[in-house]
Design a protein around this ligand. Structure first.
Ligand code: ZN
Length: 190
């Protein structure tokens, strides 16, 4: 798919919101990607995750792992297409943890997947979990990279990289004009 085709998926499904948003980073923005809204349609999920699966099909992936919650469905579909185990890390007491009996064996090749990458903080936490168990991270795949090029994981792949203009709250023109603000980000993830 071309960049325009991918962007169209988000526009058609109202997943690209225009307004005044506070991101979890604390910055303000006119745009917000509600990735789950585009991915609620299985054909979109399948097509976008296929781009990630294709990118890593020769990486001998043993396990796909994602940070909960938004990343779970992406990891699940990428893992399904690659035909490998999928698992997720979930937040407990403030940090991501591997629970539910999920196990990573030493030297297994691990692909980290998520839906939206902003600071890369959640992906980094997952990488730390994998490495602490002796797993080898072969790459990080995401649907949307809105880090503006600030994230540089090894073998980082995004189906779509977008430049989202952000403002410090005190310098935000929308705040200056008294536009009500929306805080859609889920805690700790975005
Ligand atoms: Zn603002």
């Amino acid at each position: 798919m071309t960049k325009d085709q991918i962007l169209n998926i988000f526009i058609e499904t109202d997943a690209l919101l225009e307004g005044h948003f506070q991101l979890t980073s604390g910055l303000h923005s006119r745009q917000y990607f509600q990735c789950a809204k585009a991915l609620q349609y299985p054909r979109n999920m399948e097509a976008l995750c296929n781009m990630i699966a294709a990118r890593f099909k020769d990486s001998n992936v043993d396990v796909v792992i994602s940070p909960a919650i938004g990343g779970i469905i992406v990891g699940q579909e990428v893992g399904r297409q690659l035909g490998v185990r999928t698992m997720f890390a979930e937040r407990k007491d403030g940090s991501l943890q591997l629970r539910r009996g999920f196990e990573i064996q030493k030297n297994e090749n691990i692909l980290v997947c998520e839906d939206v990458t902003t600071t890369g903080g959640s992906a980094k936490e997952v990488i730390d979990i994998v490495e602490s168990r002796g797993g080898k991270v072969v790459g990080v795949g995401t649907i949307i990279d809105r880090s503006g090029g600030k994230v540089n994981f090894p073998n980082f792949y995004a189906t779509l990289a977008v430049d989202v203009i952000t403002y410090q709250p005190l310098e935000c023109p929308l705040c200056a004009n008294g536009v009500p603000i929306d805080k859609p980000g889920s805690r700790g993830n975005k």
